[in-house]
Design a binder for this molecule. Structure first.
Ligand code: SF4
Ligand code: FES
Length: 236
């Protein structure tokens, strides 16, 4: 067993004038994740420390934070990965800070979903007595693959364009556009998608720095899909 040394960003925007990094030391346990470590810190050292977790299994997307400068899911991060036992935690940049390590990814994702009109657009009337429209296995696999996004926001916290340009919809938004373009149930044309994302805050803003794909915890093929959509939309 060893002692872990944490530096944790502390800031309550409703009260504090400036942020601090506070130091905490705890004993490491077997197979400890950052989720377990943060719970231990909150239980034993700092009862008002704020951070977000729901599923603890890499599914809900709520626990993204900067771990020694890199955005990742805290519930899937083992403390054992840090050889010297020194871990600095900070909130993900580009999102509104709620308190300490907690940021408002939900508000941002909601705005992005409205901006890219994240729902199937069709003129077909709903008829529940009819069989579903069939889709080939390959196409449905591709749609399901892109639907694996958990909206954690890590791609945005990894993105140079997003840090410079607040309205950029990022890899998560462009992934969503590609998902609907791939889905034959959605009848939108390339011109329709161009209207939504055919500018520097959309498909032409990406600088291909690859941070999104390098850090995405779901290993989504973000850069391939962004390049694919960019090629499609540049010809509109
Ligand atoms: S694309 Fe990947 S990194 Fe971005 S929000 Fe979805 S799961 Fe998270
Ligand atoms: S707590 Fe759900 S992804 Fe980490």
């Amino acid at each position: 067993m060893r002692t872990l040394k944490f530096k944790i960003f502390r800031f309550n925007p409703r009260i504090d004038k400036k942020a601090t990094f506070d130091n905490y030391e705890i004993e490491e346990s077997d197979s400890m994740t950052l989720f377990i470590a943060l719970n231990k810190i909150r239980e034993t050292l700092s009862k008002d420390l704020s951070y977000d977790f729901v599923c603890r299994a890499g599914i809900c997307g709520s626990c993204g934070m900067m771990v020694n400068g890199k955005p990742q899911l805290a519930c899937k991060t083992l403390t054992g990965a840090y050889e010297n036992g020194e871990i600095t935690l900070a909130p993900m940049p580009t999102f509104e800070i709620i308190k300490d390590l907690s940021v408002n990814t939900g508000k941002w994702m909601n705005g992005m979903s409205k901006k890219v009109e994240s729902w199937v657009h069709t003129n077909e009337k709903t008829d529940i007595s009819r069989l579903e429209k069939r889709v080939s296995q390959d196409v449905s696999n591709e749609v399901f693959e892109l639907d694996r996004c958990i909206e954690c926001g890590i791609c945005l916290a990894s993105c140079g364009t997003k840090i410079m340009r607040d309205d950029f919809i990022g890899a998560v938004g462009l992934n969503r556009v590609t998902r609907f373009h791939t889905d034959p149930h959605d009848e939108r044309s390339l011109e329709d998608y161009y209207e939504l994302v055919g500018d520097d805050n959309g498909i032409f803003g990406c600088m291909s720095l690859m941070g999104c794909e390098d850090n995405c915890p779901k290993n989504l093929p973000l850069q391939t899909k962004i390049a694919y959509m960019r090629r499609k939309l540049v010809s509109v």
